[in-house]
Design a protein around this ligand. Sequence first.
Ligand SMILES: N[C@@H](CCC(=O)N[C@@H](CS)C(=O)NCC(=O)O)C(=O)O
Length: 196
Amino acid sequence: MFCKLKVPADKIEIITVDIVNKSDEFVRLNPGGAVSVLVDREKENKVIADSADITKYLDIEFSECDCKVGYTGPALDACSGVFPKLAALLKNKDKAKNDSSKTKLISELSKVNDYLKSDSHKGKFLIGDEMNEIDCMFLPRLRHVIVAADHYAGIKIPHEMPALKQHVDDANKTEIFSATCCPDDEIIKGWSRHVI
Ligand SMILES: N[C@@H](CCC(=O)N[C@@H](CS)C(=O)NCC(=O)O)C(=O)O
């Protein structure tokens, strides 16, 4: 998603990887085997195999587009607890802790909703009317919540969080987010080894 935000469309080719059945070509390129991987064909197929390193690299190579890489502030404070609480809920094997794990996730979502409707928030996205690096970090994670928390724990974004719902609707309308969304069944399959 960050690559699509930074790099002109005619310079990008997105290739999806089946991480359960990795092709030999992919493993040759990235013996570590994890995604995301960037291959810079203009730099003798230079391979960068870590999303934080890819972000830094693209930020330098395409410096004319300022996507507020490394932003810290209220938006980051508001959204950084969501994914860890999702992981804690889905990886929890102790039934007695299930309700409290759900409550903790909902409480993190509520922090985002509160931030989105606060005076310190302006614009459609997390830190303005344009997408920035923080949106590329948070929106895919929020989609994991929307898909996996619903599938495995029956949790949906509560109706009492209209600002968060609107935020998701606005993001879904953008080409950058919708074109890079992981399909629902892949998200569900990805979490299945932790849940079952
Ligand atoms: N340091 C890596 C970690 C990424 C990561 O854990 N990717 C997972 C998918 S979200 C993966 O590729 N897992 C498959 C595997 O490691 O075989 C990054 O952030 O780029």
